[in-house]
Design a protein around this ligand. Structure first.
Ligand code: ZN
Length: 136
């Protein structure tokens, strides 16, 4: 595992894009909406890892609720794995609880699952795996 990215919840993506571009000295490399999750994301490369800014695109989305409860800040930590299914099985045996055990399409060409923060010291943990390249 490695830290693939940190997810940061923000109220206004355009303002935060401006801020993080100045902070990191370079622009984002991608902006992408995940409609199913009600979120718009913006990605920054940071060495081997990335930052993912998350803005709610729907008032009832998980990010909107997070912002309401906790305000802006670190939302989740994402571990990059090479074999998502095997890691899910391993962690289930270790007693970890998943929000959903079924991998879903995430932003930035990833399959993702989330562990429930109750079982990870209050930290929302995402596991993500690069999606296999589509054969054309
Ligand atoms: Zn993420």
């Amino acid at each position: 595992m490695k830290i693939e990215h940190l997810g940061i919840a923000v109220k206004c993506l355009s303002q935060s894009d401006d801020l993080f571009a100045r902070l990191l000295g370079k622009p984002n490399y991608k902006q992408e909406s995940v409609e199913r999750e009600g979120v718009t994301t913006s990605f920054y490369e940071l060495g081997e890892s990335k930052l993912e800014l998350l803005e709610a695109s729907q008032t009832e989305s998980p990010i909107a609720k997070f912002l309401e409860k906790k305000g802006e800040g670190i939302h989740h930590i994402a571990f990059g794995v090479t074999d998502l299914k095997t890691e899910i099985e391993r962690l289930k045996k270790e007693g970890f609880v998943f929000i959903s055990e079924e991998p879903k399409d995430g932003a930035d060409n990833k399959l993702v699952v989330f562990l429930h923060p109750k079982s990870t010291n209050g930290v929302l943990v995402e596991l993500c795996q690069e999606k296999p390249q589509k054969v054309l």
